[in-house]
Design a binder for this molecule. Structure first.
Ligand code: HEC
Length: 99
């Protein structure tokens, strides 16, 4: 039963992705989805990870640039941030930042 539930959730997750996500450049939605496993769905973290919810877009972009440049102490964010271009950081921040 447990495995079935997991499969259903996985299937729902795939269905929830916009169709455009399958082709060309990763959309901000797809990029942001990669953050939720640690920072919680909608950026509200339940565990030891800092929450992204409530942070402004400019703060998130600033942090990501600092992580990327190793200017900010981190365990994993440096590696993650290095994968993003400036344009992708801006798109992520706009997507995740509190409006
Ligand atoms: C593997 C788990 C993991 C993933 C995936 C992840 N983060 Fe993080 N994030 C962390 C941890 C842990 C920290 C605390 C700094 C550190 O130790 O790296 C952090 C810190 C941050 C901070 C600074 C928060 C603060 O209060 O200073 C921001 C902003 C952030 N992450 C954004 C993101 C974004 C955007 C993504 C998706 C592209 C992402 N993170 C994906 C684990 C993760």
């Amino acid at each position: 039963m447990k495995a079935k539930g997991g499969l259903l959730l996985a299937a729902l997750g795939v269905l929830a992705l916009p169709l455009s996500a399958v082709a060309d450049a990763p959309s901000p939605t797809v990029l942001a989805n990669t953050c939720f496993s640690c920072h919680g769905t909608d950026g509200k973290s339940a565990g030891a990870m800092p929450s992204l919810a409530g942070k402004s877009a400019s703060e998130i972009a600033q942090r990501l640039r600092e992580f990327r440049a190793d200017e900010r102490e981190n365990t994993v964010m440096g590696r993650i941030a290095k994968g993003f271009s400036d344009a992708e950081i801006e798109a992520l921040a706009a997507q995740l930042g509190s409006k």
